[in-house]
Design a protein around this ligand. Structure first.
Ligand SMILES: Cc1cc2nc3c(=O)[nH]c(=O)nc-3n(C[C@H](O)[C@H](O)[C@H](O)COP(=O)(O)OP(=O)(O)OC[C@H]3O[C@@H](n4cnc5c(N)ncnc54)[C@H](O)[C@@H]3O)c2cc1C
Length: 414
């Protein structure tokens, strides 16, 4: 094959969408990943295209509920004491972003991307022949008691301000929508436009198959280092070889800042780990994803059964999975859905997260040939397609569909 003009690093949802958008705009593109496409964080998530998810985890309410979240029996959030010293700067910055004015900036910047998520995702997924994985039945989000429902009103109003279509659902109506749920909820909301990809990895594989059929190169290797090769080229070092290209797009999710080189900025990326527990015999227990607001997880009907996915664990990329987190998810899922049968596979994934809960979609400040596309925290499946389009528009110097200012790397550089 001829040398590609553009190398996309990482074949998760974000990288695969970047590769397809760049190819369709006429670039000669290679996509590189040591693992099969869509097999890392984009594999085991809650599978929702969460077009409404503009409220970040670090939020004014987090500060008030932090002691309870960390020490109570309900623990949607956990922090590893051993990891705290290493992540202290990130954690302090994350908590500083709980201030109202910062959160409002995040909400409007996420909202701007999310407003394009439905159209761009549907168009890309359908054009790659993966439309059969789309399930459109809305997403239900439930509160365990009246206080938590009341406390959510402010967030509901902010989501509506961002243009999200929301129907409030009373407790009785919850069971009409999803009869398998236990009668323990004080009501909730239906996100009318939320939808699902019933098997995220299969969707990504179809995107990458389409990319390859249309002439894209798929390379199974790891990028270690990127160096300048002049004013408008960089040399990308793989494990045993190197490639000189006009553009290198870093979309390596939570591992993006492990790539080294003088053309890269130091960016404060860490990971919010999350887990899933599968219930393979519960294939048709729910007809749509159901979020349990107070437990911090989703019950999501996917192709392999019912997937209970979520929670946040701050423990870095290298710590082993904590079985207590899986037990917590299983117990919360069984409280909500008493008909759950035997537990099946479990999974740990690594959300890539910046302290302000916004991705970096931006040129490097050190070299114009390097473009960053990572840090999509809880919404990378949702924002992959819109990110891919934005990256293509930045590289081609077209008018961007969204003002890219809030996603610039420069916000972390002084
Ligand atoms: C429990 C849980 C539930 C979630 N639910 C949802 C949801 O319902 N909806 C939603 O929108 N989001 C959800 N998310 C978040 C979403 O899964 C992530 O934001 C998204 O998968 C990130 O995609 P990515 O492409 O950036 O990263 P990844 O999917 O992790 O892909 C990164 C790729 O880069 C590759 N890579 C790493 N280092 C290198 C290197 N040096 N060289 C080459 N390649 C490299 C990796 O092998 C990997 O394939 C959830 C996450 C979790 C953990």
């Amino acid at each position: 094959m001829d040398t590609p003009q553009t190398l996309v690093i990482g074949a998760g949802m974000v990288g695969s969408c970047c590769a397809l958008h760049l190819q369709r705009a006429g670039h000669k593109v290679a996509l590189i990943d040591p693992h099969p496409p869509g097999s890392q964080t984009s594999y085991g998530n809650a599978a929702t295209i969460a077009t409404y998810a503009c409220i970040p985890v670090n939020h004014p309410k987090l500060l008030k509920s932090l002691p309870k979240l960390l020490s109570g029996s309900e623990r949607p959030l956990s922090i590893s004491p051993a990891y705290v010293p290493r992540m202290a700067p990130w954690l302090l910055s994350f908590l500083r972003h709980c201030r109202r004015e910062r959160v409002d900036q995040t909400i409007s910047a996420l909202g701007a991307l999310l407003r394009h998520a439905e159209d761009t995702t549907l168009a890309l997924v359908q054009s790659a022949g993966a439309g059969d994985f789309i399930r459109r039945n809305g997403t239900l989000y439930l509160y365990s008691d009246a206080n938590s429902r009341l406390a959510a009103q402010d967030d509901i109003a902010r989501r509506r301000e961002q243009g999200m279509s929301i129907t409030e659902v009373e407790a009785d109506a919850v069971r009409e929508l999803e009869p398998a749920l236990a009668p323990i909820f004080a009501g909730g909301i239906l996100y009318n436009d939320g939808f699902q990809l019933s098997d995220p990895q299969q969707v990504i594989m179809r995107l990458v198959d389409q990319f390859a059929q249309d002439g894209g190169e798929v390379i199974q290797d790891r990028v270690d280092r990127i160096e300048s090769a002049g004013l408008d080229q960089v040399t990308v070092h793989l494990s045993g070889t190197s490639k000189t290209v006009h553009h290198a797009v870093i979309a390596a999710g939570a591992w993006s800042t492990r790539i080294q080189g003088p053309v890269l900025d130091r960016l404060p990326l860490d990971t919010e780990r999350g887990y899933h527990v599968m219930f393979p015999e519960n294939l048709s227990t729910l007809s749509r994803p159901v979020g349990l607001a107070d437990a911090g997880l989703y019950l999501s009907p996917v192709d392999g059964g019912l997937r209970a996915a979520g929670t946040v664990e701050l423990a870095g990329l290298d710590a082993k999975p904590d079985p207590k987190r899986l037990d917590y998810i299983e117990q919360a899922a069984r409280r909500a859905l008493p008909s759950l049968k035997q537990r099946g596979d479990t999974w740990l994934g690594f959300r890539p997260t910046f302290p302000d809960a916004l991705p970096v979609i931006s040129h490097s400040s050190k070299h114009p040939s390097v473009v960053y596309a990572f840090g999509h925290q809880h919404v990378g499946l949702t924002l992959g397609a819109v990110t891919g389009k934005l990256v293509q528009q930045m590289i081609d110097r077209e008018t961007p569909m969204v003002d890219p200012t809030p996603y610039r790397a420069q916000r972390f550089l002084s």
